[in-house]
Design a protein around this ligand. Structure first.
Ligand code: SF4
Length: 331
């Protein structure tokens, strides 16, 4: 296994909810439990996919790792060193090593500025003013660069815009890319090209990539490791092939069963949500006790309603685990 670049342990984020009169009277503080107790490791030259329905907390995890949000609890370590940075020079240095690519390239690029401006500004900010914006465009396969440098975002296609956003992230010379649904807003015909680009960059630059997606089929295609997230918690993990071909957690199975044909990423309807059958995800203001999936689970037992299941070895392949009482060995 390659070196761990970025790791999180016990990562937790609760967002306070504005108190209403009855909360004030009862002296009650409520919060959205967006992320609870998430552990993960991002390794050099590997893609880790974080898969889940919208609202499961996966984008919050990306923002916590990017240190755009403060943590409620937990640690983030870069090369083993604990990191808490929110502003100033240390934050900029951290961003130089851990870059976030947003879902919507149109929103993340300033419409008033050219591609050249976006790239040279990023290079300058990260102390790499000597490097050429043209090289970055070649790296993301926008060639010849002269065709793109003086264009404004609205003059580019969605795929070209996302490639420029990726080039801007590369301007910092990062070790980690946090890609938050990087293809979900693109035309189906160009998604595969952008995923292939990310894979190529991962290999050539030895990047550690976190790929956030609601689409388990694309995770199967693209990721080395897969983590499945439900209602703020990670419920299953393992290598991509094992989790997607031999899913252990009842929620992962539902996610796979509800996904369209897994072999046709390029031919899928745009932004198809992975919405499993059998009810809705719970409110995260007052999440269910025990296993958060228990109100929807066809295998629910009494212990599931009372105790949060730990990570348990599934026993089929090394490193495959599920947070599910079905695997505790005595059921
Ligand atoms: Fe279902 Fe219980 Fe497993 Fe949760 S812990 S997924 S409720 S069997």
């Amino acid at each position: 296994m390659s070196e761990v670049v970025l790791a999180a342990a016990g990562l937790t984020k609760h967002f306070p909810v504005r108190r209403r009169a009855r909360d004030l009277l009862a002296g009650r503080r409520r919060s959205v439990h967006a992320v609870d107790d998430v552990d993960l490791e991002l390794r050099r030259g590997r893609v880790t996919a974080m898969v889940g329905e919208s609202g499961s907390g996966k984008s919050t995890v990306a923002r916590l790792l990017a240190q755009l949000y403060g943590r409620t609890a937990g640690t983030v370590r870069l090369h083993g060193k604990p990191m808490t940075v929110r502003s100033g020079r240390r934050f900029r240095a951290y961003c130089g090593r851990v870059q976030l690519v947003f879902q919507d390239p149109f929103a993340s690029l300033n419409p008033a500025h050219t591609v050249r401006y976006h790239l040279t500004r990023a290079l300058r900010l990260h102390g790499r003013a000597g490097s050429a914006a043209a090289e970055l465009l070649e790296r993301v396969q926008l060639a010849p660069p002269e065709r793109f440098l003086d264009k404004f975002p609205h003059e580019l296609s969605g795929g070209q815009r996302q490639r420029v956003a990726i080039a801007r992230a590369l301007a910092a010379g990062p070790e980690v890319l946090l890609a938050d649904e990087p293809v979900s807003m693109l035309d189906v015909s160009i998604r595969l090209g952008v995923l292939n680009l990310l894979r190529d960059l991962k290999d050539r630059l030895n990047l550690a990539i976190l790929y956030i997606t609601h689409d388990i089929a694309s995770a199967r295609y693209f990721a080395d490791e897969v983590l499945v997230m439900y209602a703020g918690r990670v419920v299953e993990g393992g290598d991509g092939e094992t989790v997607t071909q031999h899913a252990a957690h009842p929620y992962t199975r539902l996610l796979i069963a509800s996904a369209p044909d897994p072999d046709t990423i390029a031919g899928r309807p745009a932004a198809a949500p992975a919405e499993p059958a059998g009810g809705e995800p719970p409110s995260l203001i007052d999440p269910p006790a025990g296993c958060r999936f228990h109100p929807r689970c066809p295998h629910v037992m009494s212990v599931c309603r009372e105790r949060v299941p730990p990570r348990l070895d599934v026993g089929d392949r090394a490193g495959h685990w599920a947070a599910c009482w079905l695997y505790r060995g005595d059921t």
